[in-house]
Design a protein around this ligand. Structure first.
Ligand SMILES: Cc1ncc(COP(=O)(O)O)c(C=O)c1O
Length: 304
């Protein structure tokens, strides 16, 4: 996307005007927090998925970094709706970001003003792998950041240098995505998705105490699974459980639900999307297309 409107500190401005100074604190010291949200075309018009939960996570992420965003959750929700409306997009990926700006250099961000922006773009497929062609993963040589080192509950720009190294390593080695372990050797998540395994019809995903982001898609999947009689354990997972799982899939706003067919050159199941992965994917899609009686009503914010 190279045109359209971007929301910046309360105003909608032209795409080309949304520029920052090279001495922006966040650029030098990674003092920014952000979100990724999707707006879907549903049977009842466009709607944003779990908008309030994403904006609350943005505020909570900011709190970890002493950031006062200067806008309430309701104001941020309205800003996202206004940005989608102004860009006349039926479906898009929405990227709110809050960051310490240009003011006083030095590690301490506090003397710098916090800016908030919302941009959006079309992002159809973030990760390779549909129902027939599942994603190929490798376990990264980079350990996931320990929650003792950074607040991993925060979706902060600082966390993503670690993600970027893992992702580049995987791509250069010919894989689609990286799985990251923590310093104790437990599975945490992929570079930008949470991870689930299925073994004997039981779902499992690592706890957030492992260092994983408290993913909103992860939470949606756990709740949809529960309602449909699929139990999910939140527990530590070790590397070899990935290799011997019946099914593995990733969840994230950008990637949605992605089946995994291979990890470290071991085929998972028959190498394609497994039965439970497919079932959850269909149920999840029904929810965000406003075809579900329970969750669509509470998780979709209509644009009109
Ligand atoms: C590191 C990481 N884990 C997990 C997720 C999935 O989170 P969500 O489902 O809220 O998009 C993301 C994406 O935001 C991520 O960047």
């Amino acid at each position: 996307m190279t045109e359209g409107k971007i929301w910046l500190n309360g105003s909608l401005i032209e795409f080309d005007s949304a520029k920052i100074h090279v001495l922006t604190h966040a650029l030098h010291y990674a003092t920014g927090v952000f979100e990724g949200i999707r707006c879907y075309k549903t049977v009842n018009g466009s709607a944003i998925f779990r908008l309030g939960d994403h904006m609350q996570r943005l505020i909570d992420s900011g709190k970890c970094y002493f950031m006062d965003l200067g806008f309430s959750r309701q104001q941020l929700e309205k800003a996202a709706i206004d940005t989608v409306t102004a860009n006349k997009m039926e479906e898009c990926y929405i990227r709110p970001i809050a960051y310490y700006g240009y003011g006083k250099m030095g590690v301490n961000p506090m003397p710098n003003k916090v800016s908030v922006a919302i941009a959006l773009w079309k992002w159809d497929e973030y990760l390779k792998g549909d129902s027939d062609k599942a994603a190929r993963l490798m376990v990264s040589s980079w350990a996931r950041i320990d929650p003792k080192s950074l607040p991993m509950r925060a979706k902060a720009t600082a966390n993503y240098a670690n993600s970027a190294l893992a992702r580049v390593e995987a791509i250069k080695a010919g894989f689609d995505e990286a799985v990251m372990l923590n310093s104790a050797g437990r599975v945490v998540e992929a570079s930008a998705e949470n991870i689930f395994i299925v073994k004997n019809c039981l779902l499992a995903t690592p706890p957030t105490s492992s260092g994983a982001l408290e993913g909103i898609t992860r939470d949606s999947v756990i709740r949809i699974a529960k309602k449909n009689g699929i139990e999910c354990e939140i527990r530590d997972i070790v590397r070899d459980e990935l290799y011997t799982a019946d099914e593995v899939f990733l969840t994230g706003t950008a990637a949605e639900i992605k089946p995994v067919g291979e990890i470290d050159s071991r085929t998972i199941g028959d190498g394609k999307a497994g039965k439970i992965t497919k079932q959850l994917k269909e149920l999840f899609e029904a929810v965000f297309h406003d075809k579900d009686n329970e969750f669509s009503k509470i998780w979709l914010t209509p644009i009109n």
